[in-house]
Design a protein. Structure first.
Length: 239
């Protein structure tokens, strides 16, 4: 027993002691029970020991978004829009036109109504729906044309007859027609503005060229005047 005691005493003396290199005071130990994880925002463990991506203590994004009043307002708005969209639009139904009988003997014929979307040109949309166009040709020319030259009268008779286009009042135009009319006005205004811009740019170039020519003439006049004055001074000296 004495030998064992001595051996254990010797082992105790040979243990290494870890010495601190710096003399800085040690930080206070952190309580693990109150520590908050940076990954899951949970308590009781550190980020290095975190095993789950989401903890039961951290609020989920779905729950937080569902409680947001702005999210609820947008959700209700889109629900209303979805309900309003239901029942709108054309429903296309298949119809076998070849199977329809073309016998004139049958008194009762099965008729099927189908809807068709027609794309109208902008000019036709602006003019409205014109069902019938008058085909009257003017027989007599106006009295003012009698005073013109005979060559002009022959050319007028040779020209094809022009049918007057009926004007449609603004009250009969739809909202789409008014929008297209405003669009055409804007496009015409844009083209006229671009044309005016090009004309003004050309005029500016011409003005700049004229200014250059005037500056050249001014310099030539100055040089000629200087030469004449020097020549007169030299002659006065000689005299």
């Amino acid at each position: 027993m004495q030998r064992v005691f001595v051996y254990s005493h010797l082992l105790g003396t040979n243990k290494k002691k870890h010495l601190s290199i710096t003399d800085k005071p040690k930080s206070d130990p952190v309580d693990k029970a109150t520590a908050i994880c940076y990954n899951c925002q949970g308590k009781g463990h550190f980020a290095n020991d975190c095993r789950y991506r989401k903890s039961q203590f951290a609020p989920s994004s779905a729950k937080s978004s569902s409680k947001n009043p702005k999210y609820q307002r947008l959700k209700e708005k889109y629900k209303k829009m979805k309900i309003q969209r239901k029942g709108k639009g054309l429903i296309a139904e298949d119809c076998d036109w070849d199977d329809v009988s073309s016998d004139d003997s049958s008194d009762e014929e099965d008729t099927q109504v189908a809807l068709m979307a027609i794309i109208e040109e902008p000019t036709l949309a602006l003019m409205g729906k014109i069902e019938e166009v008058p085909e009257e040709i003017p027989t007599q020319a106006p009295e003012a044309s009698s005073s013109t030259t005979p060559g002009a009268s022959t050319s007028a008779t040779d020209s094809p007859s022009q049918v007057p286009i009926p004007l449609v009042p603004l009250e009969s135009l739809t909202q789409l027609d008014l929008v297209t009319l405003d669009l055409y006005k804007a496009l015409n205004g844009k083209t006229s503005a671009e044309k005016m811009h090009i004309d003004l740019r050309d005029q500016l170039r011409e003005c700049q060229e004229k200014i250059k020519q005037l500056t050249i003439l001014e310099e030539n006049c100055r040089t000629s005047c200087c030469e004449e004055s020097e020549f007169t001074i030299f002659n006065s000296f000689l005299a």
